[in-house]
Design a protein around this ligand. Structure first.
Ligand SMILES: [Zn+2]
Length: 484
């Protein structure tokens, strides 16, 4: 009598979409020690068996664009993401990271307040300190962490309305080098926001120069996404070339009515540039954006909804028109009266969103803002919305492509080894979902409703989501670059 192979976990009767864009196939997946040991028709036994009949088994989704630096510490179940099937988040986007913390106390400069309006979480004097804290109190999911140029600026400079001096640049470069040596994957910038808007191209190249030795990745919320978007793209490409690094254009979009319909132009420029250097991009599947409340967005948006306000918390979820009415002032004056605050801006065009989502090299990133009182629904809905609304219902691309855009493509771009694919030897980050029912449930009214159709989420071999709720397990790790 032969002795059956025994594993920690077997997922049986799954329809496997492996994250490479290859066509789905039927099979079982065996896991031990957090790693996929075998895939196929398996005659084996396991401590835990999951019947995945009627379900897709995909690599756990990787959220290419998050602001979850603090959420991983303050809500370790990370429910907004786990409930969507996300098993890894890329944190520290748009130039904003918790490390190197600029202020031990006091209210952080916007947009750093997107992570914490009070400032108490900005207490990590190095990336190493942040990483050690996260590893000592792990979250349910994995994190690969960018460090942010804006955070460095706020930590280093006495005023932000100028280019950094040579000695300030040297300090920031040391922060970048130390962070990269301590496990931060890459660097992000956010020159669209006031604290970094005065940084010159040369300052950015100098601060990010430690990327050069790593053949790294430069991730950016560009200086401009409206009328001057092409100039900003050219600046991004130049920075990438000078750093010998790949670039990622964050949340690519064409902002404001005047620029609606420009995505064929921007995507053609990306395609052309790919002939000489590597370019990546991410996108969220909505026609509304969200960030801190900004006066300059008034004219570009058809509608603005307040997501939080420090002096006026009662306006969370209220249309700016209504806020202005209640305060008996103009919309512009109302903006000033309720700051610091956050908002949702309806300022994109559906055709552009679909064209960008469909572009071969576009990764899916939520850009969710987890600490907003009434957040943009992308925080809870991005991944099921791409799978259910855009792939299944609108047939924008096959399900295999949708999965690739949130798994294999993203892992390869960010250098996450043995993640984002289902294969023997890969880490067992696995999401089981129902392709017929998966859909986002969060909308602009009910912005924190968990998605439908996500059955089971497994991180490093351990289930973190079963039967519509968190299991309480916290097997998340801090992921580092493949070649270090
Ligand atoms: Zn951004």
């Amino acid at each position: 009598m032969s002795i059956k192979q025994h594993y920690d976990l077997i997922i049986r009767n799954a329809t496997i979409i492996d994250g490479t864009k290859a066509a789905r196939y039927a099979g079982d997946i065996a896991v031990s020690d957090g790693v996929i040991k075998a895939i196929g028709r398996l005659d084996a036994a396991a401590d835990t068996e999951i019947d995945a009949s009627g379900l897709i088994a995909a690599p756990g989704f990787i959220d290419a664009h998050t602001h979850d630096d603090r959420l991983l510490l303050s809500d370790r179940d990370v429910t907004p993401k786990v409930s969507q099937g996300v098993t890894t988040v890329i944190t520290g986007n748009c130039g904003i990271s918790l490390a190197h913390s600029p202020v031990p106390d006091g209210a952080p400069t916007p947009p750093l307040d997107l992570l914490d309006t009070e400032g108490g979480w900005f207490r990590f004097q190095s990336f190493r300190a942040y990483r050690e804290t996260l590893e000592a109190q792990p979250a349910a999911i994995n994190a690969a962490c960018l460090v942010g140029h804006t955070t460095f600026r706020v930590a280093t400079m006495d005023r932000l309305d100028r280019v950094a001096t040579a000695s300030e640049i040297a300090k920031m470069r040391d922060m970048a080098r130390e962070s990269l040596a301590s496990g931060a994957i890459w660097i992000s910038t956010g020159t669209a926001y006031p604290p970094a808007a005065c940084a010159s191209t040369e300052e950015i190249i100098e601060v990010c120069s430690p990327l050069r030795e790593l053949g790294g990745l430069y991730v950016t919320h560009m200086r401009n996404e409206d009328d001057d978007i092409v100039d900003s793209m050219e600046e991004t490409f130049r920075i990438g070339r000078e750093l010998g690094s790949e670039v990622v254009i964050s949340h690519h979009k064409c902002v404001g009515t005047r620029n609606h319909g420009r995505s064929p132009e921007t995507l053609a420029l990306i395609t052309k540039t790919m002939g000489r250097q590597a370019v990546g991009l991410d996108c969220y599947p909505y026609i509304a954006s969200s960030t801190v409340l900004r006066y300059d967005r008034l004219e570009q948006s058809s509608k603005i909804i307040i997501t939080w306000s420090k002096p006026h918390p009662e306006f969370s979820g209220v249309d700016l028109e209504e806020v202005a009415k209640r305060l008996n002032m103009s919309r512009a004056d109302a903006v000033e009266a309720i700051k610091p605050a956050g908002a949702i801006y309806f300022m994109l065009n559906e055709d552009d969103v679909q064209r960008i989502l469909k572009f071969d090299d576009t990764m899916i990133g939520s850009d969710g803002l987890p600490h907003d009182v009434k957040p943009h629904p992308r925080l809870w809905g991005t991944f099921p919305r791409v799978l259910g609304h855009y792939s299944r219902d609108l047939k924008l691309f096959p399900l295999e492509t949708a999965v690739y855009k949130m798994t294999g493509l993203t892992a390869a771009k960010f250098g996450l080894e043995n993640r984002g694919v289902l294969k023997q030897g890969a880490h067992a980050d696995i999401t089981l979902f129902d392709a017929d029912t998966v859909i986002d449930a969060a909308d602009f009214e009910h912005s924190t409703r968990p998605a439908i159709g996500i059955d089971t989420v497994i991180v490093n071999g351990t289930p973190v989501w079963r039967d519509g709720k968190a299991t309480g397990a916290r097997p998340g790790r801090v992921l580092t670059r493949a070649h270090t």
